[in-house]
Design a protein around this ligand. Structure first.
Ligand code: NI
Ligand code: MN
Length: 225
C-alpha cells in the first residue's frame, strides 16, 4: 500500500490491487496543496467530518470518478442528497470493503457542513489494508479512550493533528501517541493557516523522547507502507 500526504488532513491511499482511497481531500483554498484537483482520482472518499477543510474538493472529484463516499450516517445522507453514492456507517461500526476493513471511532470536535447543515458526529477512522493498520484520528481533542482504541486495534501508523486551536496541539498529540502506542506517528493538520502553525520537528523530537517513531511526511510525498 502507498500513502501520499496531500497536506492538512488529506491523504491518498493506493492499495496493492490499485484501488484509490482519498481521506479528507482539501485542495482548493489550501495554500500547501501539492496537487491540482483535476489530477486526483478516487474509488472511495472517506470523510472524517463535514467541515470545509475536510469535505474540501470531494464533490468535484466524486463527480468525475463516481467515487463512493464512506461517512457517518448524517454526512453520508448529505452526500447522497447532493447526488453522490454513499455508504452510511456510524461510530463504532466497521465494514469490509473491496480495499479492506474500515471502522469509525469517536472524535471530539464539531461537524457542520459548509452550507451550515448538521453533518453528524465527527469521527476518526481505522483502516486495515494490505496487512497494515492505520488510524486517522480526524480533527479531535485528546481523549483517554485512545488507549482502548490502541489496545483493541494495534496501530502501525497513527495520523494525528498537531496544529492546536481547533484540535490537539503538540503536547496533547504526544500524549495521544503515548495512549495509542502505535509503531509510527505521522503529524497532520498544521501550517495550513497562521492559526494552526506548528513545528513538526518539535513534535518528532517529543515523540522520539517517549520511545516512539515519527515520520514527517512532506506535502505531496508518497511512502510505501
Ligand atoms: Ni474540523
Ligand atoms: Mn479541520
Amino acid at each position: 500500500m502507498k500513502l501520499r500526504y496531500l497536506s492538512h488532513s488529506g491523504f491518498q491511499i493506493t492499495t496493492s490491487n490499485n484501488q484509490t482511497i482519498l481521506i479528507d481531500p482539501f485542495i482548493t483554498g489550501n495554500p500547501n496543496a501539492p496537487v491540482k484537483v483535476e489530477d486526483l482520482k478516487a474509488d472511495f472518499i472517506v470523510l472524517t467530518h463535514a467541515h470545509g477543510d475536510h469535505i474540501g474538493d470531494s464533490f468535484t472529484i466524486a463527480k468525475k470518478c463516481d467515487s463512493l463516499f464512506i461517512c457517518v450516517n448524517e454526512l453520508a445522507n448529505y452526500c447522497a442528497e447532493k447526488g453522490f453514492r454513499a455508504h452510511n456507517m456510524h461510530i463504532g461500526g466497521s465494514h469490509n470493503f473491496d480495499f479492506g476493513y474500515l471502522k469509525f471511532t469517536i472524535a471530539h470536535h464539531g461537524s457542520m457542513t459548509p452550507d451550515n447543515t448538521y453533518g453528524g458526529e465527527p469521527a476518526g477512522v481505522i483502516l486495515k489494508i494490505d496487512g497494515k493498520t492505520l488510524y486517522h484520528t480526524g480533527d479531535t481533542g485528546l481523549f483517554y479512550d485512545m488507549k482502548l482504541i490502541g489496545e483493541m486495534n494495534p496501530i502501525d501508523y497513527i495520523l494525528l493533528p498537531i496544529g492546536d486551536n481547533f484540535t490537539m496541539g503538540i503536547t496533547d498529540a504526544v500524549k495521544a501517541v503515548e495512549l495509542v502506542n502505535p509503531k509510527n506517528a505521522i503529524p497532520m493538520h498544521y501550517n495550513t493557516f497562521p492559526v494552526i502553525e506548528a513545528d513538526p520537528e518539535e513534535f518528532k523530537i517529543k515523540v522520539e523522547a517517549i520511545g516512539k517513531k515519527c515520520i514527517i511526511m512532506q506535502f505531496g510525498e508518497e511512502i510505501e507502507l
